[in-house]
Ligand binder design. Structure first.
Ligand SMILES: [Zn+2]
Length: 158
C-alpha cells in the first residue's frame, strides 16, 4: 500500500471474482450477475466523502450494512475481491478511467445502471463484466501496473 498521505482522496477499481450466479434486487433494479470477473469503478472524493483508504477497507470487509450497489457484491459469500487499484491523481475521474478501460478491453460489458446512480457522465453503469471463459487477469494487472495506478494491499490488522 502506498498512500502518500492520510485521508487521501481519489479513484479506485475493484477486480472481483463472482463464483456463482448472483441475483441482486433493489427497490429500483434487478440484476443477475453470472460467474466471471467484474470490475467496479468508484471514487472517494469530495468534502463530505470518506478517505480512499477507509472506503477500500470497507469494500474488503464482508460484514457491512448495504448502502451502495457494490455492497451487494462485496458482502456476498460467493464473491471475492481479487485486486484493488487506486489513484490519487486529482485529474482522473472514475468515469474517465472506466471509459479508457472499456476502450482498451473490448470484451468487457457494462452492467446497466449498476453503481452509477451518482454518475454525471452517463456511463451506463460503473460495474463491468468479463465472461468467465476469458482470462484477462494478466492483461489487466499489467494495465494497472503503470501510469498513475497503485495496487492496494488489504491487511486485515490495519
Ligand atoms: Zn460514470
Amino acid at each position: 500500500m502506498s498512500f502518500r498521505k492520510k485521508n487521501s482522496q481519489g479513484v479506485y477499481v475493484l477486480a472481483l471474482k463472482v463464483g456463482y450466479s448472483i441475483n441482486i434486487t433493489t427497490s429500483r433494479f434487478k440484476w443477475v450477475l453470472k460467474p466471471g470477473t467484474y470490475f467496479y469503478f468508484g471514487s472517494a472524493r469530495g468534502k463530505t466523502s470518506t478517505s480512499l483508504e477507509k472506503r477500500l477497507f470497507r469494500h474488503f470487509h464482508y460484514q457491512k450494512s448495504i448502502f451502495w450497489h457494490i455492497d451487494y457484491l462485496t458482502s456476498h459469500s460467493k464473491t471475492k475481491i481479487l485486486n484493488a487499484y487506486f489513484t490519487t491523481d486529482p485529474m482522473i475521474t472514475e468515469c474517465q478511467a472506466l471509459r479508457e478501460f472499456v476502450q482498451k478491453f473490448h470484451e468487457i460489458k457494462v452492467i446497466p445502471k449498476f453503481g452509477s446512480s451518482d454518475c454525471k457522465l452517463k456511463c451506463g453503469g460503473h460495474l463491468l463484466s468479463v465472461s468467465s471463459n476469458q482470462d484477462i487477469l494478466a492483461e489487466y494487472s499489467q494495465y494497472f501496473s503503470h501510469s498513475n495506478w497503485n495496487e492496494f494491499k488489504f491487511e486485515s490488522e490495519y
